[in-house]
Write a protein that binds this ligand. Structure first.
Ligand SMILES: *Cc1c(COP(=O)(O)O)cnc(C)c1O
Length: 339
């Protein structure tokens, strides 16, 4: 089986399962779980922030961040394709009573000009613009990485306009690997950062929210309120800690595989892709001769799996389960189906 549907499909390795089985645990709601405490400390350290809190999912870390930063009626500025707006079940409205103001970015990236056009002046008629959320790498933007200068530009504008900066860094590890910088060099532009251990890093469960000591203390209250206070969570935190220490350095392989896949696709008639657009582990391509549903069905018969984005475009994502050899095989299969 060749599974390119997502980087969420990774399974824990034998070594990871072993550290999980042996992890020291305690009641984390009492802050008694040594493995969760170690993971939170290590994550905060890597991100260059004061504190972190472990949660079951990235949706929860983002939604708790929004809830902690806002009051009902406040407004969040974010790209129109942002995960927080697009894929979190309307959580910002349901859980925080916050309104989303959408910025028309390019593959998920925007600058100060676009952001300022979306901001509200201080006036009783308007909701209060409160946070700007950035996603790095961009999910629906096809794994695009924010240039650091662009982050600095957005941060300057946010400061001038009294906006809090939140980063949805589900794939911050990929962004750091692609730019060859530390995660802290990206996180330094933000007040809070959400990171994921279960995508590219390959842990079975978990995300963390990172920020100042005071912010994380308040976020813990909302985590509990949302039902995210877990007890002997060290079992899963151990997988995340293992992933953090062992799988960040191999992300360049996923990026090389994605690049090779894009370059191979570009040579197949009927496929539309610019390999230069592939910066990390996500590959988006268009189809001119066949619908996505048809190609996905034919590939599925060969036990190769990808996701349709719409009727004529497909997404593939490399991850630690995908080998260089599988990339060549998948290319061969697509070539033969389309010829
Ligand atoms: C996957 C993802 C999340 C969170 O997803 P969960 O499945 O809830 O862990 C958040 N933001 C981005 C950009 C993502 O890709």
């Amino acid at each position: 089986m060749i599974d390119l549907r997502s980087d969420t499909i990774t399974l824990p390795s034998a070594e990871m399962r072993k550290v999980m089985a042996q992890a020291p645990v305690g009641d984390d709601v009492f802050s008694d779980d040594p493995t969760v405490n170690a993971l939170e400390q290590r994550t905060a350290e890597i991100l260059g922030k004061e504190a972190a809190v472990f949660m079951p999912s990235g949706t929860m870390t983002n939604q708790v961040a929004v809830r902690t930063h806002t009051q009902p009626g406040d407004e969040i500025l974010l790209d129109e394709n942002a995960h927080i707006y697009f894929y979190e079940g309307g959580g910002t409205a349901a859980l925080s009573g916050a309104i989303c103001r959408l910025i028309p970015g390019t593959r998920g990236i925007f600058g100060a000009v676009e952001m300022e056009a979306a901001m509200r002046p201080v006036d009783v008629h308007y909701p209060q613009s409160k946070i700007v959320c950035v996603e790095n790498t961009t999910n629906r933007g096809g794994g695009k990485v924010w240039p650091l200068e662009k982050l600095a530009e957005v941060q300057n504008s946010a400061r001038e306009n009294n906006l809090i900066m939140h980063l949805d860094g589900a794939r911050i590890w990929n962004a750091a690997a692609a730019l060859n910088v530390t995660e802290a060099e990206i996180a330094k532009f933000f007040d809070s950062v959400s990171v994921c251990f279960s995508k590219g890093l390959g842990a079975p469960v978990g995300s963390a929210l990172v920020g100042s000591q005071d912010f994380i203390l308040e976020a813990r209250r909302f985590r509990k309120q949302y039902g995210g206070g877990m007890r002997q969570a060290g079992i899963i935190a151990a997988g995340a800690l293992y992933a953090l220490d062992n799988h960040r350095s191999r992300l360049a392989e996923d990026h090389a595989n994605a690049k090779a896949f894009a370059q191979g696709l570009a040579e197949i008639p009927g496929i539309e892709i610019n390999p230069g657009d592939v910066e990390t582990n996500i590959i988006m391509f268009g189809l001119s001769k066949m619908t996505s549903a048809e190609l996905i069905k034919r590939l599925g018969e060969l036990d190769t799996h990808m996701l349709a984005m719409d009727s004529r475009s497909i997404r593939a994502v490399t991850n630690l389960m995908v080998t260089e050899k599988q990339i060549s095989e998948a290319l061969e299969q697509i070539r033969s189906i389309l010829s």
